[in-house]
Design a protein around this ligand. Sequence first.
Ligand code: FES
Length: 262
Amino acid sequence: MFLKNAWYVAAWADEIDYTLRQIEVLGEKICVYRSSGGNVVALEDACPHRKLPLSMGRLNNDTVECGYHGLTFDCSGQCILAPGSGRIPQGARVHAYPVHEKYELVWIWMGDPILSDTSKIFEVEHYDDPEWGINRGKALEIECNYLLVTDNLLDPSHVAWVHQSSFGQAATKDVPLRITRGDQGITVWRWMMDVDPAPFYKKIVEFEGHCDRLQHYEVRYPSTALIRAIFTPAGTGGVDGPLHDKTFVMDSYNFMTPVSEG
Ligand code: FES
């Protein structure tokens, strides 16, 4: 079962151009393309006549011509041409999914279109802030239930064993984890006080000696994760810590898009 009334990442924005492509999200096949005006269009990828995927058809002045008998659909999914027929068949339309581009990603709404409020798209803090650096990962295709990935991204306890040479350190074995539940999701976190920086971060932080370290692992429903790492000179961290001009903060965002039940 999937949660449909939510925004999911469908693609990187630069993957969608004036070409018909099929993607699959939540078990639904979707025909996507970018119109000549630059808008991303996402249509149910099954012609209502004999169910040929529209992604196997042709783009014609921003409309999609079915490759089987030529029914043609506009960007809203409405059939606007039925060759060889004197009229447009009643009910000849396909579902058009609400889409929105933000953070160079294409977001798609899989549920009731009336509820597709773009202000509900996950906020990436500091995204346009020139004071912050940004790195982009790549899309990973992982053959497992997406909830196993959200589980991993809520689990700071594994780093002491899996990431010993990078994020792990003695304190990640010993310091108890805290859990905060909210309306939007759940966070597992802990401050580790007066410890060595973990090996990976030791090379990055701009201070010497011990640090206070935050591990903040947050998942917002249904499947967006934020991992925040803070390394700050010892004595400047903690829940009410003042922080410091050498405090290092890294936010890592992960957007899990379930493809299919499998
Ligand atoms: S299957 Fe699309 S027009 Fe016939």
